[in-house]
Ligand binder design. Sequence first.
Ligand SMILES: [Zn+2]
Length: 367
Amino acid sequence: MAITRKTGGKAHHVEAGRMDIVTKTRLANNSQPDSNLIYGNRRTRIYCYKICSSRTPSEDRIILFHNPADAEKSGYRLCSHCRDAMERNLDTVKLADRICDYIKSHYTEKMTLSSIGEAMGISPGKTGRIFKDAMGVSAAKYLDEYRIIRLREKLRSGSSVSAAVYAVGHNSLSWLYTDSRSKLGMTPSRYRKGSRGESISYSMADTYLGKIVAAYTDKGLCAVTVVDSAEAAEEYLRKEFPRALLSESEDTHQYIEGILAYLQGSSVNIPMVPAGTEFQLRVWSALRTIPFGSTVTYSEVAEMIGRPLAVRAVANACARNPLPLIIPCHRVVRKNGELGGYGLGIDRKKKLLEQEGSFITGARTDA
Ligand SMILES: [Zn+2]
């Protein structure tokens, strides 16, 4: 599956009409629905999403677009099958959003597909199906991951492991200790120690992006940010590691130098220990495969991790990336060519992409 494209001055736009081998393969391989690929029929002036059930036009009639706006601009109309499918999809997404809200506001309670379905006015089976389709994970898994986010907050603010587990709606510690490595990125006691008494070193350097702060344990890099002042750096570290033993140190591991080299296109080998849920870790490792000079869309990242509909969940995972710059979430943009959000500020995202040659000044940047 082709997930990257060299933009070479033509930011986020596939040259219309070009039919390369990768695209041919994508069109031929129907087992991998590619919701991004859009093709038009030059004769009928109708365009379709690749997943459309109608017959694909012959090769000499096909024209490719990178997004619907491009197709519309060229005078193409969306096919009626695709329009219906999109509307159904939109309803599903809206309902899934409501289910997400429900789960988030009831996460301390016992919850089943029946109780969620009852609140939504639909059957348990439909609840499960719709949620999985739109979010790429089951409602149970989503609830689990949300509880972990809350649990981590509680552990970081000094709550005991058992109190934190009960507070997020579980009455047994076994929930946490089953597979805790993937839940917390480490064992619960180590996670808690990480915020109370564990030594975390940090280094800072003034760069063209601002003051880069790199925080690390003896296992590797655990947090990176860019701030404007030493005060802001301190505030960030205190908030991120409220109970750790923080000490500033020389950048002897050359973490910051490594980050800067990486942003110039060098391949570097930096040990990283980002803490996150299983889903977040999968997104972050997918981001690390996006090469210098390329961008992908949030939907493409969702496809890369095998959950094509979980676009919003992917965007959330990007927003929670604890190691920006070195886990290059700045290389993820919106489908319509807009830059999307960025934890370190949209100006920095623009600067990074300009420097990597994958963004032209003057393109739309409204987020
Ligand atoms: Zn269609």
